[in-house]
Design a protein around this ligand. Structure first.
Ligand SMILES: Cc1ncc(COP(=O)(O)O)c(C=O)c1O
Length: 441
């Protein structure tokens, strides 16, 4: 059996996202089923999932509690609107999520994806500033190399050049802080990198340039995932929090990847002891089983909207599927698993074993940096003579041939296994990865 398209499924019509379509369709990698830490490919091979799908299946694949909750809910009530109507599940879910969210971030707006969560967060920030009489605060500040999804808001504050350059002028009034990747000073750091806290001070420069009274919010990923696992330097997030608070600027953490236990604790905000005003999530919210995102908003912000006449809609924003009953059922079942299996502790318990395992790759060909935290790792490789991304792709391809799925971002390979992983499976993953690195050369 070859890993190829089934005769009933022509490769021609599906325009694949973030994919080299022609290359993929000439030499496809197709997955058929999933259970625990493994996919089964269409050629019958077991593939160890080194990336929890796409950073989302934190409780592993095939969780019956989730599929049963989804089946029950879809049979009971497939859909119900949440515009001037309601049903119990999003209320129940929001309450449950407020028990794990950072202190004071107790109000929850539901979306269907990380991109929608980001655009929602930016709109909350702008509308909040206006609601409190600070309507001149319209500027948004993102960061170089950030990934905030693919909506126009998200790519405007995002900082991955290829995701922006084909799409015109984007949102006006956006600036970017410098990224914090610094191989010269921080390569092979164990734990958070020591150097780079001063990069947060660039925010002071932007405040001086534009005036704090014109800046609504700063958005960052506490740890950049998609750009290749870039960790916050020691003290950096604290410094950003201190500067934003001093100038009345809102701080948004995009935790679409770091949420739900990836770096230990439910959210990175708790792991690193910094509380933003708004926090976005998606992915792990439903264990990836049904699309869903959420935005946590500080009580203070929410209360600022709840003024004016009671008959007036306070925030003209929402999605047909905000609080979709089937997604809520999936999320509730997922959160129960996380709690019952203590999965938010797992990344902390395994952190040093994981780090040691990754650092055993240090002397393999072309490895220029290894970055780990919780149950995430980024292994960066020297650029191939044929250009950026070539070596990353080759390692990714060889790993897949060896039965391991990793994620390539440029020349960095990211690993983010499901939080149910145990030490022997980490060993297997690292051995397969090492072979892939050697074979890619
Ligand atoms: C930090 C961050 N924000 C937003 C997104 C976008 O999420 P989605 O693909 O669900 O729209 C992602 C996706 O990887 C992400 O990593």
């Amino acid at each position: 059996m070859a890993n190829d398209f089934h005769p009933s499924a022509s490769p021609d019509h599906f325009w694949m996202p973030f994919t080299a379509n022609r290359q993929f369709k000439a030499s496809p990698r197709l997955l058929e089923s999933a259970e625990g830490l493994y996919y089964t490919a269409s050629d019958g091979r077991k593939i160890l999932d080194g990336t929890a799908g796409l950073w989302c299946c934190n409780a592993g694949h095939g969780r019956r509690e989730i599929s049963e909750a989804v089946s029950r809910q879809i049979a009971k009530m497939d859909f119900a609107p949440t515009f001037q109507m309601g049903h119990p599940l999003p209320f129940e879910l929001a309450e449950k999520l407020s028990t794990i969210s950072p202190e004071g971030l107790d109000r929850v707006f539901f979306t269907n994806s990380g991109s929608e969560s980001v655009d929602t967060a930016l709109k909350v920030a702008l509308a909040y500033q206006r609601a409190i009489g600070q309507g001149t605060r319209t500027r948004l500040i993102g960061r170089e190399l950030a990934y905030h999804g693919v909506g126009f808001g998200g790519i405007s504050v995002g900082g991955m050049p290829n995701n922006r350059r084909a799409f015109g002028a984007l949102l006006p009034g956006v600036d970017h802080l410098p990224h914090t990747l610094d191989l010269q000073r921080n390569a092979f750091s164990k734990g958070l990198p020591q150097y780079g806290v001063e990069k947060a001070d660039e925010l002071e420069r932007l405040v001086t340039l534009h005036g704090a009274e014109n800046i609504a919010a700063v958005i960052v990923e506490p740890m950049s995932g998609s750009a290749g696992v870039i960790l916050p330097p020691l003290g950096y997030l604290q410094r950003l929090r201190e500067i934003t608070a001093r100038h009345g600027i809102l701080l948004i953490f995009d935790e679409v990847i770091t949420g739900f236990g990836r770096v230990g604790e439910p959210f990175a905000a708790q792991r690193w002891g910094v509380t933003p005003d708004i926090l976005t999530c998606a992915k792990g919210l439903t264990n990836g089983a049904i699309p869903m995102g959420a935005v946590f908003v500080a009580d203070k912000l929410f209360e600022a909207f709840m003024t004016g006449p009671e008959s007036a809609i306070e925030f003209f924003h929402g999605y047909t599927y905000s609080g979709h009953p089937v997604a809520c059922a999936a999320a509730l079942a997922t959160q129960e698993i996380y709690q019952r299996e203590n999965l938010f502790q797992k990344a902390i318990e395994l952190e040093s074993y994981w780090q040691d395992a990754l650092f055993s790759l240090k002397d393999l060909p072309n490895v220029t940096d290894i970055r780990t935290v919780g149950l995430v790792a980024g292994v960066q490789f020297a650029m191939h003579a044929d250009g950026v991304g070539k070596r990353g792709y080759e390692v990714f391809r060889e790993c897949f041939e060896n039965g391991l799925m990793v994620r390539a971002s440029g020349d960095t390979i990211a690993l983010s296994p499901a939080l149910i992983i145990e030490k022997p499976q980490i060993d297997t993953m690292i051995a397969q990865f090492a072979d892939g690195i050697r074979q890619a050369g």
